[in-house]
Design a protein. Structure first.
Lengths: 114, 113
């Protein structure tokens, strides 16, 4: 199977600064790395993803980086706003026997202080 | 509007009672999942279903079973619920067996007393 470690578990930043969340994975066959945002009382929703044929992807203030050699990927939120406060989950998806199974990290609680 | 629907949203059961959590999706997704979410533990996969009657254990299947008789429905059953099964349960689905976005339902908060 796959193991995904996500750090930090809690991240507090000031509004306007950047926030970074890091994840590592074990299975070199993992090839899809999505990031989900979960607001309080809500369901997780995909915010950005990256595939193994890319090293960097950027959209709407979000940057994801993938280092396949180090088996590490990260989410960077630039110019954080109070609305970015939420739980963030990384995931790694690997193929096993013809099927894919995503494995999630334990999550990072991001708090953006005004 | 594509969505995953879970019923009920809140449920209180006594220890030893049977629990049925229902999930439906309207996106014709082949793959469906059941996760539980507990503080500090993230999203733990209970079962994954790749199609009708094609179910596989996830990481924490003990104490649970599932049923998928139609592609759009996936049920989670707790036979004789235990207090440590108190949690928020999320059903999810994804398109085909490829590596794609997972769509989550709103969750069911189950309390076993």
């Amino acid at each position: 199977g796959e193991q995904v470690e996500q750090l930090p578990s809690i991240l507090r930043v000031q509004e306007g600064s950047s926030a970074s969340i890091n994840c590592t994975y074990e299975n070199s066959a993992s090839n899809y790395f999505p990031w989900y945002k979960q607001e309080p009382g809500e369901n997780p929703k995909l915010i950005i993803d990256i595939r193994s044929n890319m090293e960097r992807k950027q959209t709407q203030g979000l940057i994801v980086l993938l280092d396949k050699k180090a088996k590490r990927f990260s989410l960077h939120i630039t110019d954080t706003q109070p609305g970015d406060s939420a739980m963030y989950f990384c995931a790694a998806s690997a193929r096993s026997g013809g099927n894919y199974k995503p494995t999630f990290g334990k999550g990072t609680s991001l708090v953006v202080h005004p | 509007d594509m969505k995953v629907t879970q019923m009920p949203r809140y449920l209180i059961k006594r220890m030893g009672e049977n629990v049925l959590l229902e999930c439906g999706q309207d996106m014709s997704h082949e793959t469906m999942y059941w996760y539980r979410q507990d503080p500090g533990l993230g999203l733990q996969l209970i079962y994954i279903s790749y199609d009708v009657d094609s179910n596989s254990e996830g990481d924490i299947p003990k104490g649970y079973r599932v049923s998928r008789k139609k592609r759009e429905h996936f049920s989670l059953i707790l036979d004789s619920a235990k207090t440590n099964q108190t949690s928020v349960y999320f059903c999810a689905s994804s398109f085909s067996r490829a590596d794609t976005e997972v769509f989550f339902g709103k969750g069911t908060r189950l309390t076993v007393v």
